[in-house]
Design a binder for this molecule. Structure first.
Ligand SMILES: C[S@@+](CC[C@H](N)C(=O)[O-])C[C@H]1O[C@@H](n2cnc3c(N)ncnc32)[C@H](O)[C@@H]1O
Length: 231
């Protein structure tokens, strides 16, 4: 993603503590306290300009959403998106925009603290020597397994055939159960059930197929999935 430097962005972020968290390690193990309730926490890793996470927080008011990115400028763009969607009503609500590097996810969340992870159009890192940087590499799956709870799931969308292929292999080799694998999510027209991200809109409008998979991490989710299959 191309970034334009913007003077004073950090100051703008610091002025919005009700929405932006710049030192998320301080909330590790205390995110329910941060939101003031015990609702499940869903996290988008690499939210970009925040279209997906901000719309999801409106569609699902009974869930707390956290959008993570590592760039101030993108977090700033996401604050604008949240404000636009909430028409300026941005007190403490069910969304937080967090500056963090996924590499240090276990410093941000305690074991079992979150229920769902979204990986939307993650950087594909197509070269073999960069495979470890893909957010679906086993190196990251270890972290996800740690921070997801009993009902934990990971939902992934991408336009990249190579990333999708390597991700499915990575999930399978890790022994994870997958479901609802789609090679063309919007085959029959835009599937409204799935909120579109910025990248998704761009690629879909160019006629590219969107790939999607749901991955089950939590013991309870896996138990329910298997029970439903047997009945
Ligand atoms: C290709 S963009 C996708 C943005 C958005 N999810 C979408 O679908 O429109 C990938 C995003 O992931 C972020 N990102 C990549 N690696 C990251 C990491 N290790 N930690 C946090 N954010 C990361 C980038 O800054 C970028 O905003």
């Amino acid at each position: 993603m191309r970034l334009r430097g913007k003077k004073g962005v950090r100051e703008l972020l610091e002025q919005q503590p009700q929405l932006v968290v710049l030192e998320p390690e301080q909330h590790k193990g205390k995110w329910q306290q941060y939101f003031g309730n015990d609702r499940p926490i869903y996290v988008e890793l690499g939210m970009g300009k925040g279209q997906f996470v901000s719309q999801m927080s409106l569609n699902y008011p009974d869930v707390n959403f956290i959008g993570i990115d590592m760039y101030d400028e993108l977090i700033h763009r996401a604050t604008e998106k949240v404000q636009e969607k909430r028409e300026g009503q941005v007190g403490r609500s069910n969304i937080a925009l967090v500056r963090a590097n996924v590499e240090f996810l276990e410093k941000v969340f305690a074991d079992g603290e979150i229920e769902r992870i979204f990986l939307n159009f993650s950087d594909p890192w197509p070269k073999k020597r960069h495979a470890r940087r893909r957010l679906s590499h086993s190196h990251f799956l270890d972290k996800y397994q740690q921070v997801l709870n009993d009902k934990g799931e990971l939902h992934m969308k991408t336009d990249s055939e190579t990333l999708f292929e390597s991700s499915l292999n990575s999930f399978a080799e890790y022994g994870l159960q997958m479901r609802n694998i789609s090679l063309n999510l919007h085959r029959d027209g835009v599937n409204e059930e799935h909120v579109m991200t910025e990248y998704e809109q761009k690629f879909h409008s160019r006629g590219m197929n969107i790939h999607r998979v749901e991955v089950l991490f939590g013991a309870e989710t896996i138990r329910q999935y298997r029970a439903a299959k047997q009945s």
